[in-house]
Design a binder for this molecule. Structure first.
Ligand code: GLU
Length: 413
């Protein structure tokens, strides 16, 4: 079978879910393509005097329910098709958790690993200026994603503010001293735990002692591991880009986080057995958590998954072919647009706080996050039960219905 593109894969999930909704045929072309796709040239002067010219993108998929919202990723695979796919995922994600945003995504096709901090700053500022005419507090609000962080958001906010005046609400995921919200950095990983806890409770299980394997130990994976271990779960395997470690008795999550923070390979942890990223996906566990790259569970390795449930902390980690194989094998999947929506929910809290110039305590942030994530899980589960469909179909269906209603009422079709 020919390989589908990332955007075709998201649209195949869309079509699968739209079927249960009996969606108006005229809405298909509107909802399966982006409103605006901006591709820009980003020239970066390197420290050694050479000029690097990279390509940057901002795709605004759908804005029927509010300003466009979504992260910015720096990665060699972040081409227009991938950014387009991720922008549409944001539309369904923001609608599912019912925050008043549309969906967007941005990216630069670059390996940031080789760039110095000064080069990264120059690239970020140049890219922000190149796309600034489509950004704005009520227009389009970027956030961190793969290989971007609070510092990158600070540069974006500064570049935008140099034209528009002090505008903290123009990006989210900022450092605390620049209007960032206490709780936002942990929100994606913590949100995954809230959803997993709701799943466990419904299935009469407890997080105490549950065996979890985490692929990817960046912001999402490491916060997830920290939070889930805090509730008594056993993190039996964890990995980074180089590979990982396995210990059926449970790994020391604090030590793993220290290694990740120091930029050292997780395999340096004492105890445990080294394993590859492929071996991690097939390891004996209850909950498998792909928390980094997309399309890691494919038709080639899906049958090897031994977990009871796959919690999609990453965006689009399971291909549509693998999704069917997992379902056939009785493996439940908690889909990305539900599992990792804590990030954008946290961004919503940060944005509203910036607009009101009022900072919440982290305890309030976490409480409100838990309410929204738990409600989204319950709505997804109930829809899945009502239609006899997967949680992914149910989550998409809820999101699609909300966007379709808004689009129709606004007169898009
Ligand atoms: N990049 C995150 C995501 O994929 C967060 C987006 C946001 O906060 O706007 O959901």
């Amino acid at each position: 079978m020919p390989q589908r593109s990332a955007h075709e894969a998201v649209n195949s999930y869309f079509t699968d879910a739209a079927r249960i909704l009996d969606l108006d045929a005229e809405l298909y072309p509107v909802l399966t393509s982006a409103y605006r796709e901006l591709a820009v040239q980003v020239p970066v002067r390197l420290d050694d005097g050479d000029l690097l010219v990279v390509r940057g993108y901002r795709v605004q998929h759908n804005g029927a329910r509010g300003p466009y919202k979504g992260g910015i990723r720096y990665h060699p695979d972040a081409d227009l098709d991938e950014v387009r796919a991720l922008a549409s995922l944001m539309t369904w994600k923001t609608a599912l958790v019912n925050v008043p945003f549309g969906g967007a995504k941005g990216g630069i096709e670059v390996d940031p690993g080789g760039l110095s901090a000064a080069e990264l700053e120059r690239m970020t500022r140049r890219f922000t200026m190149a796309i600034s005419h489509v950004l704005g507090v009520y227009r389009d609000i970027p956030a961190p994603d793969m290989n971007t962080n609070a510092q990158v958001m600070a540069w974006m906010m500064d570049a935008f503010s140099s034209k528009a005046g002090y505008t903290p609400a123009c990006v989210t995921g900022k450092p605390l001293d620049l209007g960032g919200a206490p709780g936002r950095e942990a929100a994606t990983g913590r949100g995954c735990v809230f959803v997993l806890a709701a799943w466990a409770e419904h299935h009469g299980r407890s997080l105490e002692g549950i065996r979890v394997a985490v692929q990817g130990f960046g912001n999402v994976g490491s916060w997830f591991a920290h939070e889930v271990a805090g509730r008594g779960a056993r993190v039996v395997a964890a990995s980074d880009l180089q590979g990982g470690v396995h210990d059926p008795d449970g790994l020391d999550v604090g030590a793993l986080r220290d290694l990740a923070a120091a930029g050292r390979p997780l395999s340096e942890i004492p105890g445990g057995v080294a394993l590859t990223n492929d071996e991690l996906l097939a390891c004996e566990c209850d909950v498998l958590v792909p928390a980094a790259l997309g399309e890691v569970i494919t038709e080639d390795n899906a049958a090897a998954v031994r977990a009871e449930v796959v919690l999609e902390a990453a965006n689009q980690p399971v291909t549509p072919e693998a999704d069917k194989l997992l379902a056939d094998g009785g493996v439940a999947v908690i889909p990305d647009i539900l599992a990792n929506a804590g990030g954008v929910v946290g961004s919503y809290f940060e944005w509203t706080q910036n607009i009101q110039q009022f900072t919440w305590k982290e305890s309030r942030f976490n409480r409100e996050l838990e309410d929204i994530m738990t409600a989204a899980y319950t709505a997804t589960r109930e829809t899945a039960e009502r239609h006899g469909c997967s949680m992914r179909q149910a989550a998409y269906a809820i999101g699609i219905e909300r966007v379709a209603n808004a689009a129709r009422m606004r007169g898009y079709v």
